[in-house]
Design a protein around this ligand. Structure first.
Ligand SMILES: NC(=O)c1ccc[n+]([C@@H]2O[C@H](COP(=O)([O-])OP(=O)(O)OC[C@H]3O[C@@H](n4cnc5c(N)ncnc54)[C@H](OP(=O)(O)O)[C@@H]3O)[C@@H](O)[C@H]2O)c1
Length: 244
């Protein structure tokens, strides 16, 4: 069978990199997108190829409209189509981030990339949006201090994509959201731990945090499983899932 062409944004490290490894191991060709860390992305792709998989890299700052357009153009000119778009790249906790950066990246860039990709996604294609419980449940649950702009912007990004569901349905394209608790060992959790150690300690007291491998496996599942448009897969954080 022909390999699916899968673009994973922000796959030079962390959850995106592990998702790329997982999907490649399941038989897809993965395009490892990075913003700055080309060498790291190349290493991810080389490791996948060394393990018998198929991978390539594509640099782009998805928050930059020209760069996002060039990314999709490059994918289409190289592969002729795109079967799965995994919206994993996220940010806003960076020390030098402008006040509106989180919204530009986590909402505007996600909706723009989907709009650019839609004409190239065949029926049966798939869009996966990766988010956190702190963002997904943010309208109704308290958000850790320091994480509010990320939570609000990622929730706004999810809402913007859900608003496009009728168009996804019309085109026969699947849309699945994957929401995770804090994920052990990630840079985001280390940054949050520095800014708000209590928030992380409190989560750890609820039980072990999911690992990067567990979360990446769920994101890879979301790229494949039979699911209604807008279905959400939850990873960890059982307390978020009960009604209060
Ligand atoms: N970490 C957690 O605890 C956790 C929990 C639940 C959900 N999630 C979600 O999982 C996803 C990945 O999280 P992570 O912890 O693995 O993130 P991460 O370690 O911060 O990695 C971010 C990735 O995104 C890329 N990136 C950042 N800004 C970009 C931009 N403007 N354009 C293109 N790429 C960009 C980075 O590339 P460069 O390094 O090349 O700049 C990097 O590859 C996010 O959507 C996050 O919300 C994370």
């Amino acid at each position: 069978m022909e390999r699916r062409i899968v673009l994973i944004t922000g796959a030079s490290r962390g959850i995106g990199a592990d998702t790329a490894r997982e999907l490649a191991a399941r038989g897809d060709h993965v395009i490892v997108n990075y913003r700055e860390k080309r060498k790291r992305a190349e290493t991810v792709a080389e490791e996948i190829i060394a393990a018998g998989g198929s991978a390539s890299v594509a640099g782009a700052d998805i928050a930059d409209p020209d760069s996002a357009r060039a990314l999709i153009d490059t994918v289409v000119s190289e592969f002729g189509r795109l079967d799965v778009l995994v919206l994993n790249a996220s940010g806003g906790l960076e020390r030098d981030a402008a006040p509106d950066y989180a919204m530009r990246l986590n909402r505007d860039a996600q909706a723009r990339l989907v709009t650019l990709a839609l004409p190239h996604l065949p029926a049966g294609g798939r869009i996966v949006f990766v988010t956190s419980h702190q963002a997904h449940f943010s309208p109704t649950r308290p958000v850790p201090a320091g994480y509010e702009p990320i939570a609000a912007s990622k929730r706004a990004g999810e809402d913007a994509l859900r608003d496009m569901s009728a168009e996804f349905d019309r085109r026969g394209i699947g849309f699945v959201v994957v929401s995770g608790d804090m994920i052990d060992g990630t840079i985001i959790v280390r940054l949050l731990e520095r800014r708000n150690p209590d928030a992380v300690t409190t989560r750890r007291e609820q039980g072990a945090l999911p690992t990067v491998e567990e979360f990446a496996a769920a994101v890879a599942d979301a790229a494949t499983i039979d699911a209604d448009c807008g279905h959400t897969i939850y990873v960890g954080g059982a307390d978020f899932l009960v009604d209060h």
